[in-house]
Design a protein around this ligand. Structure first.
Ligand code: GLV
Ligand code: GLV
Length: 317
């Protein structure tokens, strides 16, 4: 059996995999495997451990006759044609649960730093422009006791809401199905999408699907309050970026904090990078050493289960 790992991961995980299979690992830390190489090296692979940057589409699935499982190092799997994989009998796994708290923490951090203008403030100091105390120097806006609208109340959205409760926020959410536990425990209120847009903070934690793509666009930004702050830790594909830029520049909303973009890494000269009111992070939602270790271990465990002919731990349903 052969396992292909499409990015460099620590040696101890490779050794673990080698106890059950031959392992080939792409040597790069920072770069996605070029498409041709990915296709070529996957042709005889039984299991492939993939990254969000690998497109596991029809062409890919059709060119890998031995493939039994695609194991994605992420909770999201919008880079994989899951329906077609299922049709071909290929198992798809992701890494839920182990990254929930870490990702919610990053989302909450992003909300705080955007509201309090932390990046701008640190840049001002670094540039030697801190001339003295001023009443409104880098004055931001409060988070505690404000209202928050969480779009996508899965495990990450719920973990985010728990943090909001600690800040005494008025919590609203909108998602496919109601979460009575969150309503009971956190006082979260289920609201329509339009009502959600009235919150002081609007936070996207949803997975990207056909239904949620482009949902934050000209119309939705216009419905938000002019003091609203928009936070996205879901996927870049949820947002029409030129509409967000215009909304911030026209004053339709106050600011945005984004951990994800439509095209990653960000292109040089992207207009968001010149806009102080938009904070962009390099997709680091789950990036703590502890959590990345746990995610990779979960991928390894899933791969070993498949190779042994057993049920993987976290298949995508
Ligand atoms: C990160 O975005 C993930 O889906 O794990
Ligand atoms: C989405 O990924 C969520 O868990 O809310």
């Amino acid at each position: 059996m052969k396992v292909l790992v499409t990015r460099q991961i620590p040696e101890r995980f490779i050794e673990d995999l080698q106890s059950v299979a031959d392992v080939e690992m792409y040597g790069e830390k920072l770069k996605a495997m070029p498409r041709e190489e990915l296709l070529n090296k996957s042709r005889d692979a039984d299991v492939v451990i993939t990254m969000m940057s690998d497109q596991i589409d029809r062409e890919y699935l059709d060119s890998c006759p031995e493939l039994k499982a695609v194991i994605n190092l992420a909770v999201g799997y919008d880079n994989i044609d899951v329906d077609y994989a299922k049709e071909k009998g290929v198992i798809v796994c992701n890494t839920p649960d182990v990254l929930t708290e870490t990702t919610a923490e990053l989302g909450f951090t992003l909300m705080l730093i955007t509201a309090r203008r932390i990046i701008e403030a640190a840049q001002l100091v670094a540039a030697g422009e801190w001339k003295g105390w001023e009443p409104y120097l880098m004055a931001g806006t409060d988070v505690y006791r404000k209202s928050v609208g969480i779009y996508g109340m899965g495990s990450i959205g719920t973990a985010f809401a728990r943090r909001c409760k600690g800040f005494d926020m008025d919590i609203m959410y909108h998602t496919r199905s109601r979460h009575e536990d969150a309503e009971r425990e956190l006082g979260a209120k289920y609201v329509s999408f339009d009502e959600l847009l009235q919150a002081d903070y609007i936070v996207c934690t949803a997975p990207l699907t056909k239904e949620t793509a482009d949902i934050f666009n000209k119309d939705t930004f216009r419905k938000m309050n002019d003091h609203a702050i928009f936070i996205n830790i879901g996927r870049g594909g949820h947002v029409v970026e030129e509409d967000l830029l215009a909304a911030v520049q026209n004053g339709d909303i106050a600011a945005a904090g984004l951990d994800v973009l439509r095209e990653e890494p960000v292109k040089e000269g992207h207009p968001f990078l010149k806009e102080n009111k938009i904070v962009v992070l390099p997709h680091i939602g789950s990036a703590t050493v502890e959590t990345r270790d746990a995610m990779i271990q979960l991928c390894v465990d899933n791969a070993k289960q498949v190779i042994r002919g057993q049920e993987p731990k976290t298949p995508v349903q």
